[in-house]
Structures are given as structure tokens and as C-alpha cells.
Design a protein around this ligand. Structure first.
Ligand code: APR
Length: 316
């Protein structure tokens, strides 16, 4: 980045998740934010409000709200949350067609105005939408990545920490597969300061915590009654933005494009990646048990059905 220039992060969709991403990014002083939405006044109002929190929170970065895609020009990272959230009882795949059409329109504009950006997709169904974004953008796959794994792993980390009465900061985990219900936990890679949880709690408790994390999004949807989670999703996206802008090369779970890893190609699925300046710098291949590989294959199958579904409805 040239001296004196701040990073620019565009959030497309200024709803609950988009605005929370913006808020965390500002608070972490990652860069200036452009909030975009189709609803007039919404991004402008939220951006003003967020900027005015700056003097109290102590950040110098500012947010700008707009309904004009040309304002995202020159963004280093573009976060896409535009779409419909999942409502109670609604399956992610139900959202496929509508969100697919929104994603296509959004990508056309990203391609036009921010062709050098790294794009983080958040709109559900996540792995399918990220695949669609890649195809619509025509960017190299490393510059199109989906946010899900960090959120799923955060949920599990918080539950493990509460169960053991330890700091959430001490708990680390890695997981694979699709978002939420199809996530594949890896308890042997879930540790408290390096100690695997398999040595700290019984299998029945591990299973219960994993199950709660797997259904974590649904638990929040049923409590809220309207809309879906946004604080932890927003924080997880901001963490990815930070990894990319600061070239941290952290080893994190993200939805990434496979080119033969784990026996799959031409599909997006949650896998461990090295996340840095260029986006997904590497997909890391862990050794999986037969059951884990089987679960991953099933997860991939679900995503492929979503991709087929998009072809059927003419989105792809
Ligand atoms: N361009 C820009 N913004 C759009 C467009 C579009 N074509 N279509 C819809 N939007 C905006 C809506 O106006 C709304 O403000 O996207 C925003 C979505 O915000 P919310 O409805 O609050 O949904 P949110 O909870 O933020 O979730 C967004 O992230 O986690 C996923 O499943 C979730 O797919 C959903 C997405």
C-alpha cells in the first residue's frame, strides 16, 4: 500500500451482517469502509452513525454510505452480504434462486469497479454462492473466498471454553466441510493451549458441543424469530479482512476452490487455508479418517446439488 493511503473495504449489503462487518473493521482500524445497499438511505445512515462513533472508540477510519456501485472503486477487499437472510424453517437451498440473482448482479459491479479486489462471500447458501461469484467474476480462485469456517469454529471454541471454564482465547480448532449442519469437526485438532480436548473431556460432551456448534446458526434464528445471526458472522469476516490486508497468512478454515485437494475439483467447500494478501494462498490438506473423508464427500455432494440447482433455474 502506498504511504499515506488507507486500505478500502467495501461491504455490499448494509443489513445486519454487512453493517456489523463494517463496524468491526472500523473498530479494528482496518481501513475506510464503503457501505452499499439497494435501499436508499440505509447505508448512508448507518455509515454516518458509525463514523460518529469514531471519536469515542478512537478510530480515524471513516465509513461512507452509498447506493452507487462506482463508489467501491479501488477497494482492496469487497465483502458481499447482499441477499436474503435465512428465516425460521427455511432451508438454505430455498434461498438459492433469489440470492443467486442478487449475487450475479453484485459480481457484475465488482468486476467493473473493483477488479483487483479480494472478494469475501458471506451470502447463503455459502459454498454455492461463492462458486457462483467465482464464475461470474472470472477472478483467480484465490481472490474469491467464502466465510463460514471461522464462524463455525468460533462457535465451537466458545462452547468448549464455557464447558471447561477456560478463556476462549486458549481454545483453537479446525474443521472442514460445508457451513453449519454439514460442518465436519476435528476434535483431535481442537485444543486448549495445545492440549487436544479429547484429553480434557469425554466423547459424549465433545459430541454434544459439536452438535450445538453445528446447529448454532439455527439456534439463533429460532431465538430471534426474525433474521439470523450477525455479531459472530460480522466478527469472523472482519478477522478475514484483517488476515488479508495485513498479509497475516493465518491458517484458518474458509470456503475455498478445490483443484483436486481432498479428491475434489471445481467446487467450493470449507477447508483449512493460508489466508494472506493474495487471498487464499494455499489449501492445506490434512490427513482424514475414512469417516471424515466420507462426511466431506457428502458435504461436497450437497454443494454440487446446489450448483446444479442454480443451473436449473438459469442463474449459472
Ligand atoms: N445489492 C445490494 N444490496 C442488496 C441487494 C442488491 N442487489 N439485494 C439485497 N440487498 C441488501 C438488502 O437491502 C439488505 O439490506 O442486502 C441486505 C441484507 O441484509 P439483511 O437482510 O439484514 O441480512 P443479513 O442478516 O445481513 O444476512 C445477509 O449473510 O449470513 C448471511 O444468510 C445470511 O445470506 C444472508 C446474508
Amino acid at each position: 500500500m502506498p504511504a499515506g493511503k488507507r486500505f478500502k473495504v467495501a461491504c455490499i449489503g448494509a443489513g445486519n451482517v454487512g453493517a456489523t462487518v463494517a463496524q468491526y473493521c472500523l473498530d479494528m482500524e482496518l481501513g475506510d469502509i464503503v457501505l452499499t445497499d439497494i435501499v436508499e438511505g440505509l447505508p448512508q445512515g448507518k455509515a454516518l452513525d458509525m463514523t460518529q462513533a469514531g471519536p469515542v472508540r478512537g478510530y480515524s477510519c471513516v465509513a461512507y454510505g452509498t447506493n452507487d456501485y462506482s463508489d467501491i472503486a479501488g477497494s482492496d477487499v469487497v465483502v458481499v452480504t447482499a441477499g436474503l437472510p435465512r428465516a425460521p424453517g427455511m432451508d438454505r437451498l430455498d434461498l438459492l434462486e433469489k440470492n443467486g440473482r442478487i449475487m450475479s448482479e453484485v459480481c457484475e459491479n465488482i468486476g467493473r469497479y473493483a477488479p483487483e479486489s479480494v472478494v469475501i462471500v458471506v451470502t447463503n447458501p455459502l459454498d454455492v454462492m461463492t462458486y457462483l461469484a467465482l464464475k461470474k467474476l472470472g477472478f483467480p480462485p484465490r481472490r474469491v473466498v467464502g466465510m463460514a469456517g471461522i464462524l463455525d469454529s468460533d462457535r465451537l471454541r466458545s462452547f468448549v471454553a464455557a464447558e471447561l471454564g477456560v478463556s476462549m482465547k486458549n481454545v483453537d480448532t479446525m474443521l472442514l466441510g460445508s457451513h453449519g449442519d454439514e460442518m465436519i469437526p476435528l476434535p483431535r485438532y481442537t485444543t486448549v493451549s495445545g492440549v487436544p480436548i479429547t484429553q480434557l473431556m469425554g466423547q459424549d460432551r465433545i459430541d454434544a458441543l459439536v452438535e450445538r456448534a453445528r446447529k448454532g446458526g439455527g439456534e439463533i434464528v429460532s431465538l430471534l424469530k426474525k433474521g439470523s445471526a450477525f455479531y459472530a458472522p460480522g466478527a469472523s469476516v472482519a478477522r478475514m479482512v484483517q488476515c488479508i490486508l495485513h498479509d497475516e497468512r493465518q491458517f484458518v478454515p474458509c470456503s475455498a476452490f478445490l483443484t483436486g485437494q481432498y479428491g475434489h475439483r471445481d467446487v467450493y467447500i470449507g477447508v483449512p487455508v493460508r489466508l494472506g494478501k493474495g487471498g487464499v494462498e494455499e489449501v492445506l490438506e490434512l490427513e482424514l479418517s475414512t469417516d471424515e473423508q466420507e462426511a466431506l464427500n457428502q458435504s461436497v455432494e450437497v454443494v454440487r446439488k446446489g450448483i446444479e440447482g442454480m443451473k436449473e433455474v438459469g442463474v449459472l
